[in-house]
Design a binder for this molecule. Structure first.
Ligand SMILES: Cc1cc2nc3c(=O)[nH]c(=O)nc-3n(C[C@H](O)[C@H](O)[C@H](O)COP(=O)(O)OP(=O)(O)OC[C@H]3O[C@@H](n4cnc5c(N)ncnc54)[C@H](O)[C@@H]3O)c2cc1C
Ligand SMILES: NC(=O)c1ccc[n+]([C@@H]2O[C@H](COP(=O)([O-])OP(=O)(O)OC[C@H]3O[C@@H](n4cnc5c(N)ncnc54)[C@H](OP(=O)(O)O)[C@@H]3O)[C@@H](O)[C@H]2O)c1
Length: 282
């Protein structure tokens, strides 16, 4: 019989215990400034697809006291509510307090995940409709990576228009791979019905590198190219709903276009015809 060594106080202290710790299970790097990762999910955490949580790492020790405090940032949950793990899609800001470190996480490392999901990019905040627009730029794709894998999206709408605008072609990879993956997602095909993904019209555009479709989505809405390219009618409050996630400037510009088309902004407390969330502050 092998003798079991007792866990001494010294060995127990050697492993630092993070508050609300979750373990990294997968990391994928896309570009110098974009990566995604998956972590274990707290057993008691329930959330609605499209919501965000606070995640982070312990900060550097305070030079005076030596104490470390958690360094937390808001992150959209990119995985759907039914997934047993949680996925995040992240920027790498080279001098960013959190992401300068977070970009180096490896499988088996731990991060902090505060189990308090919130947000407005949820089905509950929209009135019923037939066509649902997801407008995103950069990492603003993240909440839609969740909603595109959420069965309710296809149960509630006949058509999903997923627009994603980035500066460069490589920055579209995460979104493109995710949409491609839906075609062979056994669970979703079984739950929603084979070919459910045909309801999605994917519209990726770039602004600074040559690609098949170039231009800011705001311009392509204003000049009507979005609608003629996809062979759909212009945005109509009677049938169309929208969720928006990008920089503050992007959100404000899309908000103006939605209001011009006659859509009213909604919230959890009062559902409406479009909802907005910032992809980052600044
Ligand atoms: C509701 C909400 C949801 C968010 N969800 C995500 C998410 O899913 N993925 C994600 O990567 N970030 C997300 N963010 C941004 C995130 O909270 C942090 O800002 C980001 O992780 C960078 O942290 P940092 O400490 O390294 O730098 P910070 O000090 O937080 O940011 C430094 C600067 O980097 C730029 N920046 C920060 N985040 C981004 C970004 N995502 N895209 C482009 N430029 C950025 C801004 O100019 C900012 O001023 C979200 C923010 C909000 C408010
Ligand atoms: N190579 C780099 O140096 C590099 C690369 C990526 C990110 N960054 C840094 O990261 C931060 C964010 O970059 P990001 O590219 O993720 O986000 P971003 O600057 O918001 O741009 C993402 C996409 O959204 C478009 N966009 C921006 N504002 C818009 C608006 N008001 N209406 C319509 N479309 C709009 C951009 O088009 P436009 O190209 O026309 O602006 C771009 O295609 C910046 O501070 C940047 O300095 C730097």
């Amino acid at each position: 019989m092998t003798e079991q060594k007792p866990v001494t106080e010294t060995t127990a202290k050697a492993v630092p215990v993070l508050p609300d710790a979750q373990t990294i299970t997968e990391v994928k790097h896309y570009t110098d400034s974009l990566f995604s990762f998956r972590v274990t999910r707290p057993a008691s955490l329930r959330f609605r697809s499209g919501e965000f949580v606070m995640i982070g790492l312990m900060g550097d020790p305070d030079p005076k006291t030596g104490k470390q405090r958690p360094l937390l940032r808001a992150y959209s949950i990119a995985s759907p509510s039914w997934d047993e793990e949680m996925e995040f899609y992240s920027i790498k800001v080279q001098d960013g307090p959190l992401t300068s470190k977070l970009q180096h996480v490896k499988v088996g490392n731990q991060i902090i995940l505060k189990p308090k999901p919130v947000g407005t990019l949820v089905h509950d905040a929209l009135l019923p409709g037939k066509r649902l627009y997801f407008f995103s730029t950069g990492t603003g794709f993240a909440p839609f990576a969740s909603l595109l894998r959420e069965p309710q999206t296809y149960e509630d709408y006949d058509e999903i228009i997923m627009t994603h605008t980035c500066r460069e072609v490589d920055e579209l990879t995460y979104g493109r791979d995710l949409i491609e993956g839906l075609k062979t997602d056994e669970l979703l095909n079984e739950v929603i019905g084979e070919g459910f993904w045909k309801k999605i019209k994917y519209y990726p555009t770039t602004t600074r590198e040559e690609s098949p479709k170039m231009g800011r989505i705001t311009t392509l809405i204003e000049n009507g190219e979005l609608f003629s390219d996809l062979d759909i009618p212009a945005i109509d409050p009677a049938t169309d709903r929208a969720m928006v996630c990008g920089s503050l400037a992007f959100n404000l510009d899309i908000k103006e276009l939605m209001e011009k088309a006659g859509l009213k902004e909604g919230a959890n407390s009062e559902p409406g015809e479009f909802v907005i969330e910032k992809a980052f502050v600044g």
